[in-house]
Each structure stands twice: as C-alpha cells, then as structure tokens.
Design a binder for this molecule. Structure first.
Ligand code: G3H
Ligand code: 13P
Ligand code: ZN
Ligand code: NA
Length: 308
C-alpha cells in the first residue's frame, strides 16, 4: 500500500538507521529500485522532482508507482522532491502523493515559515505529510570558513523555531552536502557538530539529508572509460552517511548515484555491443545496475535491510 513516512521515520530514529529516498523518472528506474527494496525487505521512499513530473508527466509516474505497489506488495511512500511553491505541493497532494517537500530554503526565514505552514495545513487536512528545508546546501566552493557556514548551514535555534511554528513532519538540513556529482573540491567534510546539536535540540525528530550520493569512483571510471567526461567528481563518504543515520537523520536522498549507475551501464553496453539498437538490450542491464546500486545503498549506507 501507499503509506506516509511517519512510521518509517519513527522506526528509523529508534533503530539509528535511515530510509533511502530515491528519485524516479521512468519505468526502468522504478522497477530497479523496487526490486532491490523487495529483495532486501527495506522501507522505501520514491521521490519525484518537478523536473521528473515535467519529463514523464504526473499521471504516468503515478500509474507506474501504482503498478509497483501492486506488483511488489511493498509499503511505499511517494514523495514530491523540492516543491518550490504552494501550487506544486497542492497538485501532488490532490494527485495522489503521500508526502511532499516544500522547499522554502531560498526564502527569508519568515517567508519560509509562512509558505511551509500553508502547505502543512493543506497537506495534513488530507492525510499527507510534509518535509521542509532550512539552510542552504553548499555549492562546491561555499562554506569553507566558519562565517560562511553560519550564513548558509542550518542554525540549530532557528531549526527548533521552524519546526514548532510550521508543524512540519521532517526537516532537511544543510551541513555541507550538495546536489550532483561534484560535492567537494578537497577533502569531504560535513558539520557533524551542527548535526549533533540539531539532533539534541529536536529529540526524536526526523531530519533529512539531501545531496547524499557517494559518487562511487568505480562508476565514474566506467563512464569515463566508455566515452564520458566526468572530471573531479566526488561524493559523500559512506561512513559519514552511516554516522548521520545514527543521529537524527532518518531520510537520505539519492539521485546522482542512480544516474551514474544507469549511464555507466548504458555507455558500457553500447560501446561493447556496437551492433545493438533495441533499447531493451541496454535498458535491461541498466535496470539491473540501478537495482544493484540500491541494494548496495540499503546494506552499506542506509543500514535498512530487513526493517519492514
Ligand atoms: O534535487 C535534485 C534531484 O536530484 C532531482 O533532480 O530536478 O534534475 O530532477 P532534477
Ligand atoms: P544527490 O545529487 O547527491 O543524489 O542528491 C539528491 C537529492 O538531494 C534529491 O533531492
Ligand atoms: Zn535535494
Ligand atoms: Na536515523
């Protein structure tokens, strides 16, 4: 059945692990993720961005997820990723999602609170849960010194006020991660002191980590070996994500690693099978690559195997 993330997060908090939230854009990605979660008996969040809705169309994605629910029998949470205004959140609440993110992180504090509260009121009245965001994810060059961190990373006192005033069900925080394949120029570094402080100040409350792909060198190398040009790609080390999961982080967002797995597989297949032109010939191993990546995440990064 389609479920919210409420119970999942309560269990993840208690068990000191995290639930994976994987971005989906088409059938093969959904199938690969769901097969992995089923084999691992893991809790699962499928998330859809505005870009995914634009690419695949809301109805196609909803119907694919319905098919996944029916075929797998798994409990799955369907979540809007980075809803930037009330309208897209409303459209997903009305259109069958069980969870939405309202991302007011670019807005001034009071405006972020007002927008988030408006979405919370609408969603809660319809049984849908809401994720908010406070603080800005770093760009590659951002937040190298302490004052830059204070300006962009989540302020613990503000986090408490934000949660109290909005009633939001979970909160995405900024502690040094960023979206995409180029997360750090030098040594990877996350502000664990800040995370620990936010966890202490919001005991029992589920936090969310965006930009949490690990960008495994093996997949970058495979892309590059077969014609790609990904230079200086670097992700968050697995050990840091496991550590975050032991603190208040209950949801870890993963998109880039799925993109890398799929693209590496397709590049390799086409380069080594130059005669192939039936899409099923390269999409089948690509779907398998997604599945293997998600199984790896569930076991080695999320620690959420057999947590159903
Ligand atoms: O937060 C970004 C996610 O990776 C989704 O990316 O907006 O290109 O679909 P997208
Ligand atoms: P990555 O780019 O690190 O996979 O992060 C995805 C994400 O945060 C989606 O909201
Ligand atoms: Zn994100
Ligand atoms: Na956790």
């Amino acid at each position: 059945p389609l479920i919210t993330s409420k119970e999942m997060f309560a269990k993840a908090y208690e068990g000191q692990y995290a639930v994976g939230a994987f971005n989906v854009n088409n059938m093969e990605i959904i199938q690969g993720i769901v097969e992995a979660a089923k084999e691992e008996q893991a809790p699962l969040i499928l998330q859809v961005s505005a870009g995914a809705r634009k690419y695949a169309n809301h109805t196609y994605l909803i119907k694919l997820v319905e098919a996944a629910l029916e075929d797998s029998g798994l409990p799955i949470c369907l979540h809007l990723d980075h809803g930037e205004d009330f309208e897209i959140c409303k459209s997903c609440v009305d259109g069958g999602f069980s969870s939405v993110m309202v991302d007011g992180s670019k807005l001034p504090f009071e405006e972020n609170i007002a927008l988030t509260k408006k979405v919370v009121d609408y969603a809660h009245a319809r049984g849908v849960v809401v994720e908010g965001e406070l603080g800005r994810l770093a760009g590659v060059e951002d937040a190298v010194n302490v004052s830059a961190k204070d300006a962009t990373y989540t302020d613990p006192d503000q986090a408490v006020e934000f949660v109290e005033r909005t009633g939001v069900d979970s909160l995405a925080i900024a502690i040094g991660t960023s979206h995409g394949a180029y997360k750090f120029k030098g040594e990877p570094e996350l502000d664990f002191e800040r995370l620990a402080k936010i966890t202490r100040m919001l005991p029992g409350y589920p936090l969310v980590l965006h930009g949490a792909s690990t960008v495994l060198p093996e997949f970058v190398r495979k892309c590059n070996d077969f014609g790609g040009q990904l230079k200086g790609a670097q992700g968050v080390p697995e050990a840091m994500l496991l550590e975050a999961g032991k603190l208040g982080v209950c949801k870890i967002n993963i998109d880039t690693d799925l993109r890398l797995a799929m693209t590496a597989s397709i590049r390799e297949h086409l380069a080594t099978h130059p005669g192939d032109f039936d899409p099923r010939q390269y999409l089948k191993p690509a779907r398998e690559a997604i599945k293997n990546m998600v199984k790896h995440k569930i076991r080695n990064v999320l620690n959420c195997s057999n947590r159903l």
